[in-house]
Design a protein around this ligand. Structure first.
Ligand code: FES
Ligand SMILES: [Fe+2]
Length: 378
């Protein structure tokens, strides 16, 4: 896999306990790292909604600062269009769906799935100039994706792989969602920063030795990957309890990946050093974080936690749902508190960054470059 031209395409980071500060990463030019004020990246597949949210009742949702209406054709194909009639701005989520046409509730203009006005009752012929902007969509398992960037760049092969969410035999999955009053840049930085685990999530994913374990960070195309490994340690409760291995020593690895502005995926692998006879050696977890900016300072967030053992055990489902809802709520709460401070404190502050912050800064740099590249092409 090729690497980008970032200055340190693959780097083993100093031990977090080292005093060394990454001089190279001190962002003297804060503009080179995305933040809440950076224009939203549009040339990217984002999730518009869960598959089952979109049906024959039009659904209004703001995505990337645009009001969108989502509905399904009779054949089940998802449609996304601007939630605004081109005549007098009536919200089309309040239109009536008749067959495969949305009938505006104000003067009755009818729009097909291609957004073209097919009929206007007050005119003998449909006005040729009247159409609603539509957006490419695609269903993938439990998610429906949308492309809101340049239409000619909408390539479905760019939709990231989340195939384990479609495989209920091999993977047992629990899921939840939040609406967050924060920005998606901060969310990405939070997810690729695992040194906060023992402090923000002491009862779930955090163990003190994990914060001190070495990590490597690298960039692969426009992705950032961090890998951690911890040998012969106690398992964290969130992985040890459902597998019933809290009394065991485990080797633990994790890979966390900034996949795109819409997606972060973590792969956790827990290997029991001395498994009991007949018990598994390896427990695998895929954690999928999907988010779409609603605005620059609010996010739609869906999460999925998948495991490859006892896939249909309701007790494990209950445990995983509660533990992960709690952990992610802790992130959501922290991000909302931070966002409030950043927006309301009258005195500006330049945040300090240290060696362990590097993966987050790498992701923010990629997002900044993608955003500025798009802005320069407009
Ligand atoms: S506002 Fe929709 S037809 Fe007039
Ligand atoms: Fe967290």
């Amino acid at each position: 896999m090729s690497t980008t031209a970032l200055e340190l395409p693959h780097a083993e980071l100093p031990h977090p306990n080292d005093d060394a500060v990454y001089a190279a990463m001190e962002p003297h030019d804060p503009g080179s790292f995305a933040n809440h004020a950076t224009p939203l990246i549009r040339n990217c597949w984002y999730v518009a909604a869960r598959y089952e949210e979109i049906g024959r009742t039009p659904l209004a949702r703001k995505l990337l600062n645009v009001d969108v209406v989502l509905w399904r054709m009779q054949a089940g194909i998802p449609v996304a269009m601007r939630n605004r009639c081109p005549h007098r701005s009536f919200p089309l989520a309040r239109a009536k769906l008749v067959g495969d046409r949305l009938v505006c509730g104000y003067h009755g203009m009818e729009f097909g799935p291609d957004g073209v006005c097919a009929h206007m009752p007050a005119l003998a012929r449909a006005p040729s100039t009247a159409m609603v902007h539509t957006y490419p969509t695609a269903d993938r398992g439990p998610l429906t994706w949308i492309w809101m960037g340049a239409t000619d760049l909408a390539d479905e092969s760019l939709i990231p792989d989340t195939s384990w969410l479609c495989d209920g035999t091999a993977w047992g999955t629990v899921t939840g969602n939040f609406h967050i009053k924060s920005d998606y840049v901060a969310m990405h930085e939070n997810l690729i920063d695992q040194t906060h685990f023992p402090f923000l999530h002491p009862d779930t994913v955090g163990t003190p030795e994990y914060a001190r374990s070495k990590l490597t960070a690298s960039t692969e195309n426009n992705q950032v990957v961090i890998r951690r490994e911890l040998k012969n340690a106690s398992p964290p409760g969130v992985y040890g309890k459902p597998a019933n291995i809290m009394h065991k020593r485990v080797d633990r690895t994790s890979e966390a990946r900034f996949v795109s502005p819409a997606l972060h995926i973590a792969f956790a692998r827990v290997r029991v050093v001395e498994p009991d006879p007949g018990e598994p050696t390896l427990y695998r977890y895929n954690i999928t974080h999907v988010f779409t900016p609603e605005t620059n300072t609010s996010i739609h967030y869906w999460w999925f936690n998948s495991r490859d053992y006892r896939q249909r055990d309701p007790d494990i489902d209950k445990f995983m749902l509660e533990a992960h809802s709690q952990a992610y709520y802790e992130d959501v709460e922290a991000l909302e508190w931070i966002n409030e401070v950043v927006r309301n404190d009258g005195e500006a502050q330049f945040d300090l960054s240290f060696a362990p912050d590097k993966p987050g800064l790498m992701a923010r740099r990629i997002m900044y470059r993608l955003a500025t590249k798009e802005a320069s092409q407009v």
